[in-house]
Design a protein around this ligand. Structure first.
Ligand code: 5AD
Ligand code: SF4
Length: 587
């Protein structure tokens, strides 16, 4: 029944819904009745025949009975293929990539980078090849972001460029197919297909498993879409394919979606409700990464520290949820489940030489057990992202953040007491609805008071569907937003410089990433606080093999004496190659 409801939901919102949904319902049948010959690389003629065949199968389309039959649950497996529904719409063969080349382009946040790896993992299994050359691609997929107007504008501009590529494509080649994946597909749905006729497929953030089917429909010349959001999709069993196999670090998605409904934010609408991946599957992925020799894992999610694994009944008698002091939620507090502190504890025990980070957390979910664990465990980095958004309690209330400036500042003090030397970063929005000059100055003063090491600052961009769009007025003029943003950036930089200068003359453990982008004679890595550290690529003592001189390689831990600092980078010189454990005796 559930699938029928979902189908009707799509039909209501998409004019061409039936084409898409019918094939979805009949997929089970198609597998048993494949009528197309199997082929590794079909010729154009064969492909056209396939399209005609596909179209005629669509023309004789399903009846209402098909819907009823497919939707009545529970379904018993037919005892013989003859008992199944004719006619098939997509054969197993049509679902295969048949070595077509996919070019993937990622926009936006780290979640999108991870989603790209998930989408690619699914397509690779389906027989697609990946290309880094857009000119040789058969399929171009853009993994998109909707968080601000500017992010979407970038995608529209890119689509216009791709239009030229598509129309110029030689007739002798298979037609180029273009797809929009992720948040923009979810937010704009059929508007994209209507506005940009060249877009062949849309897949929302919870629909990547459906990509082979959507591509098969697109291949036949139809537009295809799946923008259904899920309550439980976490892609737990899809192992993301790391884009750069030589990388020293990886991101591991632990939860998806967001229930917070901050009034300015589109994310709950594009990525859906909060759901967590089972702990066991996360641990398995981290173990694999450790076996591959990776030295750093960042646990990833829209609200990582709201993690709650409810996948097994016995997890649900756990203790009640504790929020940071002075913080509230916009939703009814949930109880039970395995929480973030449990996961962090388990993940950090896998490999003591593997650094653990997490992003992006919400300030409301920092109970003492999480802070204590970060303090105690050597391989959990002493770095916390604490998105404040504004320094004015009045604006925070309009944003529905669930805390006041005072509660936030108290949390900062508590974190600093619990984890001495912790590095803090934050997000801020300039020019939110109703923000006065006084509110803005409060944000400036919060930046001065906290003195963050890293900051992400944005001008407010009104998004349709959000609470702010419906209830508030976007009344700060654009030039004022930009002026305030500039002021915030200047103050942030001044304070970050002061904060970073306290590292000068200290010895820090750096995980080497590779050559510096600016100079081939320098190496680049990150300290525990996630700040970039640049140092000359020179021979050094090897702590692990005393007496030996070595050059540091990506993935090595190196002790670096810091000699200078800017607002974004530290510079120094290497003392020795070491291990994470070994470094503790040095410092
Ligand atoms: N306008 C500007 N910035 C926004 N963010 C989220 N929504 C908006 C918006 N509508 C910022 C917040 C969030 C970060 C990921 O993006 O600061 O923490
Ligand atoms: Fe958006 Fe707020 Fe959720 Fe972050 S916590 S994703 S800002 S709604």
């Amino acid at each position: 029944m559930h699938s029928l409801q979902c189908v009707l939901q799509v039909q209501r919102s998409l004019k061409w819904g039936p084409l898409v949904t019918v094939s979805s319902l009949l997929l089970r049948t198609c597998r048993a009745h494949s009528s197309l010959p199997s082929t590794a690389n079909p010729s154009r003629e064969r492909q056209e025949n396939g399209i005609q065949d596909f179209s005629s199968r669509l023309a004789t389309g399903p009846t209402f009975q098909h819907f009823l039959r497919s939707a009545s649950a529970p379904q018993e497996k037919p005892s013989s293929p003859e008992a199944e529904d004719p006619p098939p719409y997509l054969t197993e063969e049509e679902l295969l990539g048949r070595q077509r080349k996919v070019y993937l382009e990622t926009y936006g946040c780290q979640m999108n980078v991870n989603d790209t790896e998930i989408a690619w993992s699914i397509l690779q299994k389906s027989g697609y090849l990946r290309t880094n050359n857009v000119q040789e691609a058969d399929v171009i997929l853009l993994v998109t972001c909707s968080i601000r107007e500017k992010a979407e504008q970038t995608i529209w501009n890119r689509l216009h460029q791709l239009k030229t590529l598509k129309t110029k494509r030689l007739r002798s080649r298979t037609p180029l197919r273009i797809g929009i994946l992720g948040c923009m597909a979810e937010r704009l749905k059929e508007e994209i297909l209507n506005r940009e006729k060249l877009v062949d497929l849309l897949a929302g953030p919870d629909a990547y498993r459906d990509l082979p089917r959507l591509l098969a429909i697109a291949e036949s010349g139809q537009q295809a879409a799946n923008v259904l959001l899920s309550l439980d999709e976490t892609y737990a069993d899809v192992l993301p394919v790391q884009t750069s196999p030589s990388a020293t670090s990886a991101f591991v998605s632990i939860m998806r979606g967001c229930n917070n409904m901050c009034s300015y934010c589109i994310v709950p609408f594009t990525r859906g409700r909060e759901r967590s991946r089972p702990v066991a599957s996360i641990l398995e992925e981290v173990r694999k990464l450790s076996d591959q020799g990776l030295k750093e894992v960042t646990l990833l999610g829209q609200n990582v520290n709201s993690f709650r694994d409810n996948s097994e009944v016995q997890f649900n008698n756990a203790v009640s949820t504790k929020l940071s002091r002075g913080f509230t939620t916009n939703y009814k507090t949930k109880q039970g489940g395995l929480r973030f502190s449990h996961l962090l504890d388990q993940v950090s025990r896998i490999d003591p030489e593997m650094r653990i980070r997490f992003t992006s957390p919400h300030p409301k979910d920092f109970p003492d057990e999480v802070l204590q664990l970060i303090h105690e465990r050597d391989n959990i980095c002493k770095q916390i992202h604490l998105p404040a958004q504004s320094g004015s309690s009045r604006v925070l209330e309009a944003m529905r953040r669930g805390y006041s400036r005072e509660a936030y500042v108290e949390l900062v003090h508590h974190i600093r007491e619990s984890i001495p030397g912790v590095c803090l970063s934050s997000d801020f929005i300039a020019g939110f609805c109703g923000e006065t000059e006084e509110d803005h100055l409060q944000t400036v003063s919060l930046l001065r008071e906290v003195q963050y090491n890293t900051g992400f600052l944005f001008a407010y961009s009104m998004r349709e569907k959000t609470r702010a769009y419906h209830r508030l007025k976007d009344d700060v003029p654009e030039e004022v937003k930009l002026r305030r943003l500039e002021e915030l950036i200047t103050v942030f930089r001044e304070e970050a410089l002061k904060a970073n200068k306290t590292s000068v003359d200290c010895t820090q453990l750096v995980l080497v990433e590779g050559l510096s982008k600016r100079s081939v004679t320098d190496l680049c890595g990150r300290n525990d606080g996630n700040l970039k550290v640049i140092f000359p690529d020179a021979e050094m003592e090897d702590d692990i093999n005393p007496g030996l001189k070595v050059r540091a390689q990506p993935g090595d831990y190196v002790l670096v004496k810091i000699t200078s600092a800017s607002s974004q980078t530290l510079k120094g010189h290497a003392l020795c190659k070491t291990t994470l454990k070994g470094s503790l005796t040095h410092c």
